[in-house]
Design a protein around this ligand. Structure first.
Ligand SMILES: C[S@@+](CC[C@H](N)C(=O)[O-])C[C@H]1O[C@@H](n2cnc3c(N)ncnc32)[C@H](O)[C@@H]1O
Ligand code: SF4
Length: 399
């Protein structure tokens, strides 16, 4: 239950010490995948140069408000940012480096779809300053790629992976598992083939049916069934086991990496650091003057573009989060991580004592049931069983 007195006079938060993360959203795709509820749109023609200029304008605007801070990562996400003109990517990286104090090891990730067209541009993205590629492989056989509505073949995906490995110092790729009819043996075999392709980071997502997608309609009329309960849990355990055999550890619910190869950008979200988000629908969290400001932008690419061209930014909403919301968000993100949360950090970012963020008696009950654990370094983490059920645990745990 929310405590009204805490919302009215939110105690101040400590500013973060870590560098800022910058997210840049490209909202266009060649086709809409039937499972996807990301802010992605298919348009017959995109004025990419104009959209790129608007992103630059919004970056200038937000950088001025944020002040000159250290910058640890840039992430081009989508949508399909590999459809961006490489010159726009280059200009945005150059401007961000000039507007902020870029860390010497600045991480610059770009999400790419593995069609042959996009694979042909990888070298240009590397030359533009991208040093980490995240490829949306999704599956390694034709039938599954067809079911997922992907417009690339398994052969193209493997070719793109090999090309990417030779081009970028760091490489990650995404797979979607727990697909209809996918048994444990089949998933283990597919994952082993994927792991042999030698990326240092994998994002392995269980297929979820998101409201409003084509899959939601098809699933509702019984066109397919997904593995659930024990079956899904067994697939999750098998995933960690196979990844572990190749030296990739589960550092977040769906993310596996070799030591040191974790996504620094995504860690900034999960550790509840500050991030700027520019482009249609992008979110941001910025500490300023003892508050955390949460901002949201127009989701529609056309509305966003018009607003940026008129006002210099596409924000529709900005609010200072209440202390309770800051604590909730920090817990929601942090418990996704195997490293868990540091109670002192939660207190500093929320402005509330840890016991005002979580219910101590519920914490103890969930610990006894094996869903939460205190780590030797004093951090609180969800166990593997807990990470599988975070959506159910958090409302119980949080005050
Ligand atoms: C923004 S999307 C990927 C970017 C890129 N456009 C692509 O499709 O490869 C991020 C990732 O989320 C995952 N994803 C999206 N919707 C999902 C769903 N309903 N269930 C499971 N994974 C999903 C996919 O693996 C996808 O690669
Ligand atoms: S999964 Fe990727 S390519 Fe497919 S619609 Fe979503 S963002 Fe676009």
């Amino acid at each position: 239950m929310q405590d009204a007195s805490l919302i009215a006079s939110a105690p101040p938060v400590h500013p973060v010490e870590e560098p800022l993360a910058l997210y840049i959203h490209w909202p266009f795709c060649a086709a809409k995948c039937p499972y996807c509820d990301f802010n992605s749109h298919v348009r017959p023609a995109v004025d990419a140069a104009r959209h790129g200029r608007a992103l630059l304008a919004e970056l200038e605007h937000e950088a001025e408000r944020a002040g000159r801070r250290r910058l640890g990562s840039i992430f081009f996400g989508g949508g399909t940012p590999s459809l961006m003109p490489p010159e726009a990517v280059s200009a945005l990286i150059g401007r961000a480096r000039a507007l902020f104090e870029a860390e010497p090891d600045l991480e610059v990730t770009l999400e790419a779809n593995p069609t042959s067209v996009e694979a042909g541009r990888l070298r240009e993205f590397r030359a533009a300053g991208v040093n980490r590629l995240s490829l949306g492989v999704q599956a390694l056989d034709a039938a599954s790629l067809g079911f997922l509505g992907r417009n690339h073949s398994a052969g193209e995906a493997v070719a793109a992976l090999e090309h990417a490995r030779a081009t970028f110092p760091r490489l990650s790729f995404d797979l979607i598992y727990a697909r209809p009819g996918q048994g444990e043996a089949a998933w283990r075999a597919e994952l082993c083939r994927a792991l042999a392709l030698a990326a240092d980071h994998l994002s392995l997502y269980q297929l979820t049916v998101e409201p409003g997608t084509r899959f939601a309609t098809e699933h509702a009329r019984g066109a397919f069934h997904l593995p659930e309960g024990d079956e899904a849990a067994a697939l999750y355990a098998a995933t960690a086991e196979e990844a572990g055999r190749f030296g990739l550890m589960p550092y977040e619910v769906s993310n596996y990496a070799k030591r040191g190869a974790e996504s620094r950008h995504n860690l900034a979200y999960w550790r509840y650091g500050d991030y700027l988000g520019i482009g249609a629908g992008a979110h941001q969290r910025l500490s300023r003057g003892g508050e955390i400001l949460a901002a949201r932008r127009h989701r529609g690419p056309e509305a966003w573009l018009e607003r940026v061209e008129r006002d210099g930014h596409g924000r529709v909403e900005e609010e200072a989060l209440s202390a309770v919301d800051r604590g909730r968000e920090a817990m929601l993100m942090g418990l996704r991580l195997s490293e868990g949360v540091d109670p002192a950090r939660i207190a500093a970012r929320s402005g509330l004592p840890f016991e005002r963020v979580v219910d101590p008696s519920m914490l103890e009950a969930l610990r006894e049931e094996g869903y939460l654990a205190w780590l030797p370094d004093g951090r609180l983490a969800a166990t593997m069983e807990g990470r599988l059920r975070l959506d159910a645990l958090l409302p119980v745990l949080l005050r």
